[in-house]
Design a protein around this ligand. Structure first.
Ligand SMILES: Cc1ncc(COP(=O)(O)O)c(C=O)c1O
Length: 377
Protein backbone atom coordinates (compact mmCIF):
# COMPACT_ATOMS: atom_id res chain seq x y z
CA UNK A 1 0.00 0.00 0.00
CA UNK A 2 1.27 3.48 -0.93
CA UNK A 3 2.16 5.68 2.06
CA UNK A 4 1.61 9.27 0.96
CA UNK A 5 4.17 10.49 3.57
CA UNK A 6 7.00 8.65 1.84
CA UNK A 7 8.96 11.26 -0.09
CA UNK A 8 11.19 10.33 -2.99
CA UNK A 9 14.19 11.52 -0.88
CA UNK A 10 13.43 8.91 1.78
CA UNK A 11 14.63 6.26 -0.67
CA UNK A 12 18.08 7.75 -0.27
CA UNK A 13 17.92 7.32 3.51
CA UNK A 14 16.64 3.77 3.07
CA UNK A 15 19.69 2.78 1.00
CA UNK A 16 22.68 0.96 2.43
CA UNK A 17 24.59 3.68 4.42
CA UNK A 18 27.83 3.15 2.51
CA UNK A 19 25.96 3.68 -0.78
CA UNK A 20 24.27 6.85 0.51
CA UNK A 21 27.61 8.58 0.98
CA UNK A 22 29.19 7.22 -2.23
CA UNK A 23 30.40 9.71 -4.87
CA UNK A 24 29.85 8.09 -8.27
CA UNK A 25 32.60 7.76 -10.86
CA UNK A 26 32.79 10.82 -13.15
CA UNK A 27 33.47 9.61 -16.70
CA UNK A 28 35.11 11.67 -19.45
CA UNK A 29 32.69 13.94 -21.32
CA UNK A 30 31.46 12.27 -24.53
CA UNK A 31 32.25 14.07 -27.84
CA UNK A 32 28.57 13.99 -28.89
CA UNK A 33 27.55 15.81 -25.67
CA UNK A 34 30.14 18.57 -26.17
CA UNK A 35 29.20 19.05 -29.83
CA UNK A 36 25.50 19.25 -28.89
CA UNK A 37 26.11 21.74 -26.07
CA UNK A 38 28.33 24.11 -28.04
CA UNK A 39 26.91 23.55 -31.53
CA UNK A 40 30.39 22.61 -32.78
CA UNK A 41 31.79 19.71 -34.76
CA UNK A 42 35.19 18.09 -35.06
CA UNK A 43 35.77 18.00 -31.29
CA UNK A 44 38.77 16.10 -29.95
CA UNK A 45 38.48 13.84 -26.91
CA UNK A 46 41.69 13.16 -25.03
CA UNK A 47 39.97 12.35 -21.76
CA UNK A 48 39.58 8.61 -21.21
CA UNK A 49 42.89 7.05 -22.27
CA UNK A 50 41.36 5.33 -25.27
CA UNK A 51 43.38 4.30 -28.31
CA UNK A 52 43.30 7.16 -30.83
CA UNK A 53 44.05 4.66 -33.64
CA UNK A 54 40.64 3.09 -33.03
CA UNK A 55 40.12 -0.65 -32.71
CA UNK A 56 42.25 -3.53 -33.93
CA UNK A 57 41.13 -4.34 -37.53
CA UNK A 58 41.15 -8.05 -36.67
CA UNK A 59 38.76 -7.34 -33.81
CA UNK A 60 36.46 -5.37 -36.14
CA UNK A 61 36.47 -8.20 -38.68
CA UNK A 62 35.53 -10.70 -35.96
CA UNK A 63 32.62 -8.51 -34.85
CA UNK A 64 31.27 -8.24 -38.41
CA UNK A 65 31.48 -11.98 -38.85
CA UNK A 66 29.51 -12.59 -35.67
CA UNK A 67 26.78 -9.96 -35.96
CA UNK A 68 24.20 -12.58 -36.87
CA UNK A 69 24.72 -14.34 -33.54
CA UNK A 70 23.47 -11.61 -31.25
CA UNK A 71 20.08 -13.23 -30.71
CA UNK A 72 21.71 -15.98 -28.67
CA UNK A 73 23.33 -15.66 -25.26
CA UNK A 74 27.10 -15.47 -25.24
CA UNK A 75 29.27 -18.29 -23.93
CA UNK A 76 29.07 -17.56 -20.20
CA UNK A 77 32.37 -19.34 -19.73
CA UNK A 78 34.12 -17.52 -22.63
CA UNK A 79 35.77 -20.77 -23.72
CA UNK A 80 37.56 -19.48 -26.87
CA UNK A 81 38.91 -16.35 -25.23
CA UNK A 82 40.06 -18.19 -22.12
CA UNK A 83 41.89 -20.74 -24.28
CA UNK A 84 43.77 -17.97 -26.05
CA UNK A 85 44.58 -16.18 -22.79
CA UNK A 86 45.65 -19.44 -21.15
CA UNK A 87 48.23 -19.90 -23.93
CA UNK A 88 49.35 -16.28 -23.84
CA UNK A 89 49.93 -16.31 -20.08
CA UNK A 90 50.86 -19.96 -19.66
CA UNK A 91 48.14 -20.58 -17.07
CA UNK A 92 45.15 -22.91 -16.97
CA UNK A 93 41.67 -21.65 -17.88
CA UNK A 94 40.67 -22.14 -14.24
CA UNK A 95 42.88 -19.18 -13.33
CA UNK A 96 41.12 -16.73 -15.67
CA UNK A 97 38.08 -14.52 -15.07
CA UNK A 98 36.67 -12.49 -17.95
CA UNK A 99 35.06 -9.22 -16.87
CA UNK A 100 32.83 -6.53 -18.28
CA UNK A 101 35.91 -4.33 -18.46
CA UNK A 102 38.70 -4.87 -15.96
CA UNK A 103 36.58 -2.62 -13.73
CA UNK A 104 34.26 -5.54 -13.19
CA UNK A 105 37.12 -7.70 -11.94
CA UNK A 106 37.98 -4.92 -9.46
CA UNK A 107 34.38 -4.93 -8.31
CA UNK A 108 34.13 -8.71 -8.08
CA UNK A 109 37.25 -9.01 -5.94
CA UNK A 110 35.93 -6.46 -3.46
CA UNK A 111 32.57 -8.21 -3.28
CA UNK A 112 34.30 -11.54 -2.72
CA UNK A 113 36.78 -10.38 -0.06
CA UNK A 114 35.54 -7.17 1.59
CA UNK A 115 32.74 -6.52 4.08
CA UNK A 116 32.02 -3.92 6.76
CA UNK A 117 34.85 -3.91 9.31
CA UNK A 118 37.45 -5.10 6.79
CA UNK A 119 39.71 -2.83 4.75
CA UNK A 120 41.45 -2.32 1.43
CA UNK A 121 44.69 -0.35 1.01
CA UNK A 122 45.48 1.79 -2.03
CA UNK A 123 47.49 4.89 -2.72
CA UNK A 124 46.54 8.55 -2.70
CA UNK A 125 46.00 9.57 -6.37
CA UNK A 126 45.22 5.95 -7.31
CA UNK A 127 42.63 4.96 -9.94
CA UNK A 128 39.21 6.35 -8.94
CA UNK A 129 37.41 3.02 -9.06
CA UNK A 130 39.31 1.59 -6.04
CA UNK A 131 37.62 3.82 -3.44
CA UNK A 132 34.22 3.33 -5.08
CA UNK A 133 34.25 -0.47 -5.10
CA UNK A 134 35.66 -0.55 -1.56
CA UNK A 135 33.02 1.77 -0.16
CA UNK A 136 30.23 -0.01 -2.04
CA UNK A 137 31.02 -3.10 0.09
CA UNK A 138 30.85 -1.07 3.29
CA UNK A 139 34.56 -1.71 3.85
CA UNK A 140 37.15 0.86 4.93
CA UNK A 141 39.63 2.43 2.53
CA UNK A 142 43.12 2.92 3.95
CA UNK A 143 44.95 5.50 1.90
CA UNK A 144 48.72 5.16 1.61
CA UNK A 145 50.53 8.49 1.37
CA UNK A 146 51.97 8.97 -2.11
CA UNK A 147 55.58 9.71 -3.04
CA UNK A 148 56.56 13.37 -2.94
CA UNK A 149 56.18 15.72 -5.92
CA UNK A 150 59.96 15.91 -6.24
CA UNK A 151 60.62 12.14 -6.07
CA UNK A 152 61.65 10.12 -9.14
CA UNK A 153 58.02 8.91 -9.42
CA UNK A 154 56.13 12.10 -8.51
CA UNK A 155 52.81 11.40 -6.71
CA UNK A 156 53.39 7.67 -7.36
CA UNK A 157 52.79 4.70 -5.08
CA UNK A 158 54.96 4.58 -1.93
CA UNK A 159 55.03 0.88 -1.08
CA UNK A 160 56.56 1.50 2.38
CA UNK A 161 53.45 3.48 3.25
CA UNK A 162 51.26 0.54 2.19
CA UNK A 163 53.13 -1.76 4.57
CA UNK A 164 52.61 0.64 7.49
CA UNK A 165 48.82 0.51 6.97
CA UNK A 166 48.41 -3.28 7.00
CA UNK A 167 46.46 -4.60 9.99
CA UNK A 168 44.60 -7.79 10.82
CA UNK A 169 41.47 -6.48 9.06
CA UNK A 170 43.23 -5.88 5.75
CA UNK A 171 41.94 -8.24 3.07
CA UNK A 172 42.89 -6.43 -0.14
CA UNK A 173 45.62 -4.18 -1.56
CA UNK A 174 45.20 -2.48 -4.93
CA UNK A 175 48.11 -1.24 -6.98
CA UNK A 176 47.96 0.19 -10.49
CA UNK A 177 51.17 -0.35 -12.41
CA UNK A 178 51.42 2.03 -14.15
CA UNK A 179 49.08 4.20 -12.16
CA UNK A 180 46.33 6.33 -13.63
CA UNK A 181 46.34 9.38 -13.44
CA UNK A 182 50.00 9.86 -12.48
CA UNK A 183 51.52 7.60 -15.18
CA UNK A 184 54.11 6.51 -12.60
CA UNK A 185 55.31 2.91 -12.32
CA UNK A 186 56.99 0.45 -9.97
CA UNK A 187 60.01 -1.57 -11.02
CA UNK A 188 60.42 -5.33 -10.77
CA UNK A 189 62.72 -5.41 -7.74
CA UNK A 190 60.63 -3.01 -5.65
CA UNK A 191 57.35 -4.72 -6.46
CA UNK A 192 58.72 -8.19 -5.79
CA UNK A 193 60.19 -7.29 -2.42
CA UNK A 194 56.87 -5.64 -1.50
CA UNK A 195 54.93 -8.79 -2.41
CA UNK A 196 57.30 -10.82 -0.23
CA UNK A 197 56.66 -8.49 2.70
CA UNK A 198 52.84 -8.51 2.53
CA UNK A 199 51.23 -11.27 4.63
CA UNK A 200 50.18 -14.15 2.37
CA UNK A 201 46.51 -13.96 3.46
CA UNK A 202 46.00 -10.52 1.86
CA UNK A 203 44.94 -10.50 -1.79
CA UNK A 204 47.06 -8.08 -3.82
CA UNK A 205 45.55 -6.73 -7.03
CA UNK A 206 48.07 -5.55 -9.60
CA UNK A 207 46.11 -3.54 -12.13
CA UNK A 208 47.99 -3.60 -15.45
CA UNK A 209 45.47 -1.76 -17.65
CA UNK A 210 48.31 -0.01 -19.53
CA UNK A 211 50.72 -2.96 -19.55
CA UNK A 212 51.35 -3.05 -23.32
CA UNK A 213 52.43 0.60 -23.47
CA UNK A 214 55.26 0.24 -20.96
CA UNK A 215 58.67 -0.39 -22.51
CA UNK A 216 60.95 0.13 -19.49
CA UNK A 217 63.32 -2.82 -19.11
CA UNK A 218 62.64 -3.12 -15.34
CA UNK A 219 58.87 -3.11 -15.69
CA UNK A 220 57.51 -6.43 -14.37
CA UNK A 221 54.98 -8.72 -16.03
CA UNK A 222 53.34 -9.91 -12.82
CA UNK A 223 51.23 -12.45 -14.71
CA UNK A 224 54.40 -14.59 -14.57
CA UNK A 225 54.47 -14.38 -10.75
CA UNK A 226 51.21 -16.19 -10.02
CA UNK A 227 52.90 -19.40 -8.86
CA UNK A 228 55.31 -17.58 -6.61
CA UNK A 229 52.57 -15.39 -5.04
CA UNK A 230 49.27 -17.26 -4.67
CA UNK A 231 47.69 -14.12 -3.21
CA UNK A 232 48.08 -12.20 -6.48
CA UNK A 233 45.28 -11.06 -8.83
CA UNK A 234 46.56 -9.46 -12.03
CA UNK A 235 44.10 -7.47 -14.14
CA UNK A 236 44.40 -6.51 -17.80
CA UNK A 237 42.03 -4.86 -20.26
CA UNK A 238 41.08 -4.75 -23.93
CA UNK A 239 39.94 -1.11 -23.51
CA UNK A 240 43.30 0.56 -23.97
CA UNK A 241 45.85 -0.70 -26.49
CA UNK A 242 43.39 -3.06 -28.23
CA UNK A 243 40.92 -0.21 -28.72
CA UNK A 244 37.80 -2.04 -27.49
CA UNK A 245 36.70 0.35 -24.71
CA UNK A 246 33.07 0.49 -25.86
CA UNK A 247 32.69 -3.30 -25.74
CA UNK A 248 33.69 -3.53 -22.06
CA UNK A 249 36.02 -6.48 -21.73
CA UNK A 250 38.98 -7.19 -19.50
CA UNK A 251 40.26 -10.09 -17.41
CA UNK A 252 41.82 -11.22 -14.18
CA UNK A 253 44.49 -13.87 -13.56
CA UNK A 254 44.73 -15.51 -10.15
CA UNK A 255 44.98 -18.89 -8.48
CA UNK A 256 42.05 -21.30 -8.89
CA UNK A 257 40.55 -20.58 -5.47
CA UNK A 258 40.46 -16.80 -5.94
CA UNK A 259 39.10 -17.33 -9.47
CA UNK A 260 36.41 -19.60 -8.05
CA UNK A 261 35.38 -16.86 -5.60
CA UNK A 262 35.19 -14.27 -8.41
CA UNK A 263 33.10 -16.67 -10.45
CA UNK A 264 30.60 -17.04 -7.61
CA UNK A 265 29.74 -13.33 -7.64
CA UNK A 266 29.95 -12.90 -11.42
CA UNK A 267 26.71 -12.58 -13.42
CA UNK A 268 26.13 -15.62 -15.69
CA UNK A 269 26.53 -13.71 -19.01
CA UNK A 270 28.59 -10.75 -17.84
CA UNK A 271 30.57 -10.33 -21.08
CA UNK A 272 28.73 -9.98 -24.38
CA UNK A 273 29.41 -12.23 -27.36
CA UNK A 274 30.75 -9.53 -29.69
CA UNK A 275 33.22 -8.42 -27.05
CA UNK A 276 34.45 -12.01 -26.68
CA UNK A 277 35.05 -12.54 -30.40
CA UNK A 278 36.58 -9.07 -30.77
CA UNK A 279 39.00 -9.78 -27.94
CA UNK A 280 39.99 -13.07 -29.61
CA UNK A 281 40.65 -11.17 -32.85
CA UNK A 282 42.58 -8.43 -31.06
CA UNK A 283 44.91 -10.97 -29.41
CA UNK A 284 45.96 -12.09 -32.91
CA UNK A 285 46.75 -8.51 -33.97
CA UNK A 286 50.31 -7.82 -32.82
CA UNK A 287 50.75 -5.45 -35.75
CA UNK A 288 48.04 -3.16 -34.40
CA UNK A 289 49.56 -3.29 -30.91
CA UNK A 290 52.97 -2.33 -32.32
CA UNK A 291 51.49 0.55 -34.33
CA UNK A 292 49.69 1.79 -31.22
CA UNK A 293 52.89 1.67 -29.17
CA UNK A 294 54.73 3.62 -31.88
CA UNK A 295 52.03 6.27 -32.14
CA UNK A 296 52.00 6.60 -28.37
CA UNK A 297 55.78 7.02 -28.16
CA UNK A 298 55.75 9.77 -30.79
CA UNK A 299 52.67 11.47 -29.33
CA UNK A 300 54.02 11.32 -25.78
CA UNK A 301 57.23 13.07 -26.90
CA UNK A 302 55.17 15.67 -28.79
CA UNK A 303 52.94 16.43 -25.78
CA UNK A 304 55.80 16.41 -23.26
CA UNK A 305 57.86 18.73 -25.39
CA UNK A 306 54.93 21.10 -26.03
CA UNK A 307 54.02 21.26 -22.33
CA UNK A 308 57.61 21.94 -21.31
CA UNK A 309 57.85 24.72 -23.93
CA UNK A 310 54.85 26.33 -22.19
CA UNK A 311 56.88 26.36 -18.98
CA UNK A 312 54.88 23.48 -17.47
CA UNK A 313 56.26 20.40 -15.69
CA UNK A 314 54.42 17.27 -16.85
CA UNK A 315 54.83 14.11 -14.76
CA UNK A 316 56.87 11.63 -16.82
CA UNK A 317 54.38 8.91 -17.79
CA UNK A 318 54.76 5.36 -19.12
CA UNK A 319 51.06 5.04 -20.04
CA UNK A 320 49.08 6.55 -22.93
CA UNK A 321 48.29 9.73 -20.98
CA UNK A 322 50.15 12.49 -19.21
CA UNK A 323 49.26 14.69 -16.24
CA UNK A 324 50.44 18.21 -15.67
CA UNK A 325 49.75 21.09 -13.30
CA UNK A 326 48.22 23.98 -15.22
CA UNK A 327 47.29 26.42 -12.46
CA UNK A 328 45.09 26.45 -9.38
CA UNK A 329 42.16 24.61 -10.91
CA UNK A 330 42.28 21.83 -13.48
CA UNK A 331 38.50 22.08 -13.74
CA UNK A 332 38.61 25.72 -14.85
CA UNK A 333 41.18 24.88 -17.59
CA UNK A 334 39.00 21.91 -18.64
CA UNK A 335 35.99 24.27 -18.92
CA UNK A 336 37.94 26.84 -20.95
CA UNK A 337 39.06 24.13 -23.40
CA UNK A 338 35.52 22.87 -24.04
CA UNK A 339 34.35 25.71 -26.34
CA UNK A 340 37.53 25.13 -28.35
CA UNK A 341 36.35 21.57 -28.97
CA UNK A 342 38.92 19.93 -26.69
CA UNK A 343 37.94 17.47 -23.96
CA UNK A 344 40.61 16.53 -21.43
CA UNK A 345 40.22 15.41 -17.81
CA UNK A 346 40.62 17.66 -14.79
CA UNK A 347 41.99 15.57 -11.93
CA UNK A 348 41.25 17.85 -8.99
CA UNK A 349 39.08 14.95 -7.75
CA UNK A 350 42.21 12.76 -7.49
CA UNK A 351 43.47 15.14 -4.80
CA UNK A 352 45.65 16.73 -7.45
CA UNK A 353 44.21 20.26 -7.60
CA UNK A 354 45.39 22.29 -10.57
CA UNK A 355 46.28 19.19 -12.60
CA UNK A 356 44.79 17.96 -15.85
CA UNK A 357 45.30 14.58 -17.52
CA UNK A 358 45.57 14.34 -21.29
CA UNK A 359 45.40 11.16 -23.37
CA UNK A 360 48.05 10.83 -26.06
CA UNK A 361 46.27 11.30 -29.38
CA UNK A 362 47.18 11.45 -33.04
CA UNK A 363 49.60 14.14 -34.14
CA UNK A 364 46.89 16.63 -35.17
CA UNK A 365 44.90 16.02 -31.98
CA UNK A 366 47.95 16.63 -29.80
CA UNK A 367 48.73 19.83 -31.74
CA UNK A 368 45.18 21.11 -31.35
CA UNK A 369 45.27 20.43 -27.63
CA UNK A 370 48.65 22.15 -27.17
CA UNK A 371 47.53 25.20 -29.13
CA UNK A 372 44.25 25.45 -27.22
CA UNK A 373 45.99 25.01 -23.87
CA UNK A 374 48.52 27.73 -24.62
CA UNK A 375 45.58 30.02 -25.53
CA UNK A 376 43.78 29.48 -22.22
CA UNK A 377 46.53 29.46 -19.61
C1 LIG B 1 44.32 1.98 -13.94
C2 LIG B 1 43.06 1.54 -14.58
N1 LIG B 1 42.54 0.37 -14.25
C3 LIG B 1 41.40 -0.10 -14.79
C4 LIG B 1 40.72 0.66 -15.72
C5 LIG B 1 39.43 0.11 -16.21
O1 LIG B 1 39.38 -0.14 -17.52
P1 LIG B 1 38.28 -1.08 -18.19
O2 LIG B 1 37.17 -1.29 -17.20
O3 LIG B 1 37.83 -0.33 -19.38
O4 LIG B 1 38.98 -2.35 -18.49
C6 LIG B 1 41.20 1.90 -16.11
C7 LIG B 1 40.47 2.72 -17.08
O5 LIG B 1 40.71 3.87 -17.29
C8 LIG B 1 42.40 2.36 -15.52
O6 LIG B 1 42.92 3.54 -15.85
Amino acid sequence: MQNSNTSIESFIVLANPSIQSLTPYAPGKPISELEREYGISNAVKLASNENSLGASPKALAAIKQNLDNIAIYPDGNAFELKSKLAKKHNVTESCITIGNGSNEILELITRAYLAPGLNCIFSEHAFAVYPIVTQACGADAKIAKALAADSDQPYGHDLDEFIKLIDDRTRLIMIANPNNPTGTWIDRAKLKSFLKEVPANIVIVIDEAYFEYVKQADYPDTSTWLNEFPNLLVTRTFSKIYGLAALRIGYGLANEAITDMLNRVRQPFNVNGLAQVAACGALEDQEFVDQSVDLNRIGMAHLTDGLIRMGLHPIASVGNFISVKVGDSGTSVFEKLLPKGIIIRPIDNYQMPGFIRVTVGKNEENSRFLQALSDVI
